[in-house]
Ligand binder design. Structure first.
Ligand SMILES: [Zn+2]
Length: 131
């Protein structure tokens, strides 16, 4: 499903969001959905066991340049989501994106235009744009 029409999604979110249309509901539902993403990742490790998380200090040699840094950084995740966990994570991410879209709608922010601007910024500044 490439080239998903973000504009269509933004319109659908506007059409179906009825009960939680207040900015207060949108902000708190967005925060709640973020917590559910964290919980789903944690449960994949602690309940299902399809992934393992090994939080540890990043080991970076002293003489590494910033442009080489990526190859030394670990994500601390071993394994892959099983089908059940992947479905749960995708659901929670979709809900999060739903409320993020609702937030954009409240402030008349077009997601496609916003991401196009950000994409240009990333292309221009590259990895140095995120410092
Ligand atoms: Zn799993």
């Amino acid at each position: 499903m490439k080239n998903f029409p973000i504009d269509d999604f933004q319109t659908i979110v506007d059409d179906v969001l009825i009960r939680h249309r207040s900015i207060l509901d949108i902000l708190t539902k967005l925060q709640e959905s973020t917590a559910k993403i964290n919980r789903a990742v944690a449960k994949s490790a602690t309940y299902c066991g399809c992934i393992r998380i090994h939080g540890e200090r990043q080991e970076i040699p002293m003489d590494v340049s910033y442009s080489q840094l990526k190859s030394y950084m670990k994500d601390h995740v071993d394994g892959e989501f099983c089908d059940i966990c992947k479905e749960k994570i995708e659901h929670e991410l979709s809900t999060n994106f739903f409320y993020l879209t609702a937030l954009c709608n409240v402030f008349d922010i077009n997601i496609e235009e916003m991401l196009a601007k950000y994409n240009e910024q990333l292309k221009t500044l590259g990895k140095y744009g995120l410092l």
